[in-house]
Design a protein around this ligand. Structure first.
Ligand code: GLA
Length: 398
């Protein structure tokens, strides 16, 4: 239970009253996330190190008292109120998802996947109304989608008395994203939204789904985590993300292993003779990135956050050169941050736009921000949005 009452929670309650003409029974929320390191490793059964941020998506909810078995969803980021009968969810998802407004596929997809995962008879649960408001910037690579999924999952689990653990709820979110939305993403974002802890990152083994809390200690080390949102929008339901995933699967198949998690640096010379250069570089990114996650966790534990800068920089170079998911705006943000004295910097999230992160000494934050703004102006890019984030708690009733 969080004690703070944010503006977004109030906005969710106000929207609920406006659209549904009633009062919600409560609000629930889930955070966006920043991935500190471990990019495009999750769907390769590898390692990731994300943390939940203070920006949250709130949902106001009430079970319907009128005996109508429908799920209705409204949000401050879209004018349409969408609805489906509870019994209809399993008919619409996944094949007929195009009939549902795009944004509503996230919450309605979670409703569908939650009933399926828990084996709940749709006829046994009441209809519900949900109204969303979010502080998580959309398209910034901070996982606004997992925040909606996480908030919906904990709210509906309470409303429908469904008892699933956090990992099961994360899988519900991923299924909604993969099948109801159609984005072939991994499980990192949902795990971060559900398992986040204040001042800590989640070290996740994406094969076993075992999660360890790793203290970050940014504040004690006098560091801030700066987000530089390039404003370049991306979607993982189309194009590049799926192509990268397919290349990884080709690489694993060529080596005869279930996933790139099973490939070591020593296997790379053998792979070079088996696949084309592009596939080889995609695999090399994933294999080296897995190792960088393990090295980052060890370094954080042994030496603290000031020592992880080179690993962040190497991760960015690998995404730029081998995985080819950076864009000029992200490279500019990283270079500007480093030139202004950041300890380390890299793009975060799926790529093709979104945000870069920079780990920065508190007294250099303004200099890094000024440098990024100036570099964007000099390159003719629209001004970036720059803010700091704090490692924060995961999904909860407010
Ligand atoms: C997106 C996906 C995640 C992960 C990252 C890249 O955020 O949702 O599952 O694959 O991209 O690391």
């Amino acid at each position: 239970m969080t004690t703070t009452d944010s503006r977004a929670a109030a906005a969710a309650r106000a929207l609920f009253a406006e659209r549904f003409g009633a009062e919600p029974v409560g609000t629930w929320s889930a955070p966006g996330r920043v991935n500190l390191i471990g990019e495009h490793t999750d769907y390769n059964d590898g390692f990731v190190l994300p943390f939940a941020i203070q920006h949250r998506t709130h949902v106001a909810l009430a079970p319907r008292a009128d005996g109508v078995f429908r799920v209705r969803v409204a949000s401050t980021f879209d004018d349409t109120t969408a609805e489906l009968a509870v019994a209809e969810l399993a008919e619409v998802f996944p094949e007929r998802r195009d009939e549902v407004p795009e944004w509503a596929r996230y919450p309605l997809g979670v409703a569908w996947a939650l009933l399926a995962a828990s084996g709940t008879d749709p006829a046994s649960v009441p209809g519900v109304d949900l109204a969303f408001a979010s502080e998580v910037p959309v398209g910034a690579g901070l996982s606004s989608s997992a925040a909606i999924e996480g908030a919906t999952a904990v709210a509906l689990a309470d409303a429908w008395a469904i008892h699933l653990d956090r990992v099961a709820l994360a899988k519900v979110g991923r299924r909604a994203e993969n099948e109801a939305v159609g984005a072939p993403t991994g499980i990192m974002d949902q795990m971060a939204a559900l398992l986040g802890r204040a001042d800590a990152a989640i070290f996740l083994d994406c094969r076993s789904l075992e999660a360890e809390v790793v203290d970050l200690g940014f504040a004690d080390a006098g560091l801030e985590l700066v987000v530089i949102d390039t404003g370049v929008k991306h979607s993982h339901a189309t194009g590049g993300y799926g192509e990268r995933r397919a290349a990884c699967e080709r690489g694993a198949a060529a080596l005869g292993v279930p996933a790139l998690r099973d490939v070591t640096l020593d296997d790379l010379p053998r792979l070079a003779g088996l696949v084309d250069d592009v596939t080889f570089r995609r695999v090399r990114h994933v294999v080296t990135e897995d190792q960088r996650v393990l090295d980052t966790v060890r370094t954080l534990r042994e030496q603290g956050p000031t020592a992880i800068g080179d690993l962040l920089v190497a991760s960015h170079a690998s995404m730029r050169d081998d995985f080819e998911i950076s864009v000029p705006e992200l490279d500019t943000a990283v270079e500007a941050a480093l030139s202004a004295g950041a300890v380390g910097a890299r793009m975060t999230g799926g790529g093709f736009g979104g945000a870069a992160i920079a780990l920065v000494a508190r007294d250099r934050v303004q200099a890094v921000s000024d440098a990024a703004t100036a570099a964007f102006a000099a390159a003719g890019f629209a001004a970036p949005t720059i803010f700091t984030v704090t490692p924060s708690a995961g999904a909860a009733r407010d």
